[in-house]
Ligand binder design. Structure first.
Ligand code: SAM
Length: 464
């Protein structure tokens, strides 16, 4: 693997850059696999993975800077693991899991926060953010590219939380929500050099021009989104590029052009993350070099918007557009939801959606400003006073734990996920959740003469 010499030249002066070690680690081609567990869907971490056929156990060991992050000594087939489909973990590059440590240090996460993940697809940072914030907080997970919103929504659904709203908007649309967010994460589109080891083909797409183009785009995105950050709010900026013009120089530009202060983070020596200082503003940034730690190239920096006004955020109560449920309809859905009185229920195109009550005003504000792809948890449709439950409900953390469920073995779980016919020995009739290692996978309906498999067609495993 030949790293472009123009990239090497641009890094020579950068703190922590060791040309020889950097080139060597890229030549090594080592592939690192890491996952982050979903703390709301606990599983036994030590025994879940083994490589099919060889029965070889995959060692699972901690990512130093993230309590839920684990490296796997081998890459198992995630597609063939029902727990992956049930949202028990997310496959995520280890360096980027540092985001959690960054926000823990930069903002009080015990507070109810309005959080925006601006460049969110496929959802790695969003699932991390959702796990880190409190139940009383909300996360807007936005992706501008329409075709990428589907996978984002799917990953958010699997994660199971109700306090996430998925939107499909351009960064400048958020100017309709001035001073709205307490925390904005911009994991910006970049030239991608940090992922060369994972994806060597990306080297062919790299050029000095693309770095410059990315740098301009990053500035445009940040300038567009900053009005939506409240005074005193926190901005996290990250890239998977090594290029200073996408990293420290962006920090300099931010501090120069906007009312922002840089936030310094505390690092443990053994993490081997390099703290850099932007040349003009002296803003601190954090570089992840693959020759120094177990992870890919990554840059992250944190900023606080100055408190220029002492007035509270401008906001008004906006009337929601969605249809409310009648009390009779609420009676139908109540038994399906854990702590149902913590939610309000709306109906959109006949589908009933549960939204945490504390987000009522927020949802109305977001609805008036943005294109919402998904909010809360879809419960299903009511037909003749019965709920036909939705897949989102099955995977959610808000489902009533008393809902009928059947635990199956791996083989049956995989047949179910392939949307094949499954056989189950039970006299029960009606809607049943299928679970594997206590992780819910979806619905089946037990009838007197057959079992209907309700796994969504578009989600089914199609390889062998
Ligand atoms: N945060 C994601 C994660 O952890 O899974 C990865 C995000 S990726 C680095 C950058 C994202 O920015 C992509 O999903 C891309 O579609 C989106 N993007 C591209 N151009 C954009 C723009 N002009 N404004 C906002 N987002 C953009």
């Amino acid at each position: 693997m030949k790293i472009p010499s123009a990239l090497i030249d641009s890094l020579i002066e950068t703190k922590g850059f060791d040309k020889e070690a950097f080139e060597k680690v890229h030549q090594s081609g080592e592939q690192i696999t890491s996952i982050r567990f979903n703390s709301q869907k606990p599983v036994d971490k030590s025994t879940i993975f083994f490589v099919e056929n060889s029965k070889e156990v995959v060692d699972v060991y901690s990512v130093p800077w993230n309590a839920n992050g684990y490296y796997l000594s081998l890459r198992p087939s995630f597609t063939a693991d029902p727990l992956f489909h049930g949202g028990a973990y997310y496959v995520q590059e280890a360096s980027s899991m540092f985001l959690e440590e960054g926000i823990r240090q930069a903002i009080d996460l015990s507070q109810p926060l309005r959080v925006l993940d601006l460049c969110a697809a496929p959802g790695g940072k969003s699932t991390l953010l959702q796990s880190a914030i409190s139940d009383k907080s909300s996360l807007v997970s936005n992706e501008v590219i329409k075709s990428r919103v589907t996978v984002l929504s799917e990953n958010i659904t699997k994660w199971g939380a109700a306090n996430v709203v998925v939107t499909n908007n351009d960064p400048k649309d958020f100017q309709r929500l001035p001073g709205y967010f307490d925390l904005i994460v911009v994991d910006a589109p970049c030239s991608g050099s940090g992922l060369f080891r994972k994806d060597p083909k990306a080297i062919n797409e790299w050029s000095e021009q693309s770095v410059e183009m990315c740098s301009h785009r990053q500035q445009r995105i940040l300038a567009d989104i900053l009005p939506a950050l409240k005074d005193g709010g926190t901005l996290i900026y990250s890239t998977c590029s090594y290029s200073p013009s996408e990293d420290e120089e962006i920090s300099d530009w931010l501090i120069n052009d906007f009312e922002l202060d840089a936030i310094q983070l505390q690092l443990k020596n053994e993490w081997n993350i390099i703290e850099t200082t932007a040349s003009k503003s002296k803003a601190k940034g954090y570089r992840f070099y693959p020759d120094k730690l177990k992870g890919e190239g990554f840059f992250i920096a944190a900023f606080r918007k100055k408190n220029l006004t002492d007035s509270a955020n401008r906001e008004s109560v906006v009337k929601g557009k969605s249809l409310r449920l009648t009390s009779k309809e609420i009676d139908v859905v109540k038994p399906w939801v854990k702590k149902w009185d913590d939610f309000f229920f709306i109906k959109q195109n006949d589908e009933v959606i549960a939204i945490p009550s504390h987000l009522e005003n927020d949802l109305a504000m977001l609805q008036s400003a943005l294109y919402i792809k998904k909010a809360g948890v879809k419960l299903g449709v009511i037909i003749r006073n019965e709920l036909i439950p939705d897949h989102e409900l099955a995977l959610s953390n808000i489902i009533n734990p008393m809902t009928a469920s059947i635990e199956v073995d791996k083989l049956t779980a995989l047949e179910y996920l392939r949307k094949q016919e499954i056989s189950i020995d039970s006299n029960y009739k009606g809607w049943v959740l299928l679970s594997y290692q206590q992780i819910k996978l979806g619905w089946i309906k037990l009838l007197s003469n057959r079992i209907n498999n309700y796994y969504p067609k578009e989600w089914r495993i199609i390889n062998k």
